[in-house]
Design a protein around this ligand. Structure first.
Ligand SMILES: [Zn+2]
Length: 270
């Protein structure tokens, strides 16, 4: 069981989670946003409450051990809009409420680049290969998706769109054709080629053209009688979408994950 006496963890011996994705997150992003002074060495190994790995050192919260990567994700701490530590008033305890696992926040890591959307305040200067945005705006997601889908995907990659679920699996993407999107209740697979196809179709007819196509096509599939002008508009849009490289048997569909991603990129570029 936990001992009351805890020595500081040895330098360079920061404990890491078993989850490969969390290790990558921590090494490339998380550690620049996490004050690890609370990480201590344990007298006897304790299991991490998230990954289960026996830890010889970690954060000890209410008697339960957490490895540093997991603590860096879920700890509530100072946000970029909160007063800086140097402005703290001695003796006045402040409470902060920012964590990585918040809606609209995200992290993306490849061997050569890292991108993070988080309101958490960094604790040290960020490396040159890490881009930080504070809010999950359409512009930020347009930039992020451009980084992910604008060129062949470098692997291994980690992509997390955070929600409230702090213990979501962080799976590594090993194939450049299939991006694993983590952070939700399950890991989702995104066909990167399909995103590029819909993007090309959207560039050919515009975002409004894609929407119009889906509206007319939906009505046609439901058996609504289209006017002659609507019929020819639908055929013209289909012709241009197919010319952009889409299989006519599987036109862009708002119900597929790739559609929302391509739409966000188009919106940000507009
Ligand atoms: Zn762990």
């Amino acid at each position: 069981m936990a001992s009351e006496a805890h020595a500081k963890a040895p330098p360079g011996g920061a404990p890491l989670c078993n989850d490969e994705g969390r290790v990558l997150f921590y090494e490339r992003v998380g550690r620049y946003f996490y004050d690890d002074s609370e990480v201590v060495a344990f007298e006897a190994p304790l299991p991490c409450i998230t990954c289960g790995k026996p830890l010889s050192a970690g954060a000890l919260i209410d008697g339960r051990a957490i490895c540093a990567p997991q603590r860096a994700i879920v700890a509530k701490r100072r946000g970029h809009e909160d007063p800086a530590p140097e402005d703290d008033v001695p003796g006045v305890k402040q409470r902060f409420s920012q964590a990585f696992n918040s809606p609209k926040k995200a992290v993306f890591v490849t061997p050569s680049a890292a991108y993070v959307i988080t309101a958490v305040r960094p604790v040290s200067p960020l490396p040159d290969d890490l881009t930080w945005r504070t809010a999950g705006t359409n512009e930020a997601y347009g930039e992020l998706y451009g980084l992910i889908f604008g060129q062949p995907l470098e692997t291994p990659a980690l992509y997390v769109e955070f929600g409230q679920n702090g213990s979501a699996e962080f799976a590594l993407t090993e194939s450049s054709a299939m991006l694993l999107r983590c952070g939700g209740t399950r890991v989702e697979t995104i066909d990167t080629g399909r995103v590029r196809e819909i993007l090309a179709a959207g560039e050919a007819v515009g975002l409004d053209g894609l929407r119009r196509f889906n509206s007319l096509r939906g009505r046609s599939l439901r058996g609504d009688a289209l006017k002659e002008a609507e019929e020819s508009e639908l055929l013209d849009l289909l012709r241009r979408i197919v010319a952009a490289g889409i299989d006519p048997a599987s036109p862009p569909n708002p119900d597929e994950g790739a559609y929302a991603i391509a739409g966000t990129i188009l919106k940000a570029a507009a």
